[in-house]
Design a protein around this ligand. Structure first.
Ligand code: AMP
Length: 113
């Protein structure tokens, strides 16, 4: 199991207000939001990075479907939003339990920093 803060939240070992939960994932607001809406969608399965998704077949489909559902709930569907997965040190990953960032509520720029 990934012994990270997200693993503990996903397993219910640490209390955290959730915006969504199902049998395969949880979602909660980022502690250091980079946009008016910044939500993390996290698999319950122990997966360190996006390079290990073969461990849980279909998990990215699931996480992206959940992200779309939450974006709808947050009123972002019309204006658009950004889904981000950081991988490894150069990719800016700081928590080694797979997660998808849902960012919205402002215009995003490109390229990202
Ligand atoms: P990443 O850099 O892609 O690994 O993203 C990790 C994200 O987790 C960062 O945006 C952090 O602000 C966020 N974060 C770290 N600890 C917590 C926590 N306890 N609750 C919510 N978000 C967190």
């Amino acid at each position: 199991m990934t012994d990270t803060i997200f693993g503990k939240i996903a397993r219910g070992e640490i209390e955290c207000p959730k915006v969504y939960e199902d049998d395969r994932s949880v979602a909660f607001r980022d502690i250091n939001p980079q946009a008016p809406v910044h939500i993390l969608i996290v698999p319950k399965a122990s997966i360190e990075t996006v390079r290990q998704i073969d461990r849980e077949p279909g998990i990215m489909d699931h996480l992206f479907a959940v992200a779309n559902k939450i974006a709808e709930q947050e009123g972002l569907a019309e204006q658009g939003y950004r889904l981000v997965v950081n991988m490894g040190p150069a990719g800016g990953q700081s928590v080694y339990h797979l997660h998808v960032h849902l960012l919205g509520g402002r215009a995003m720029t490109w390229p990202p920093g």
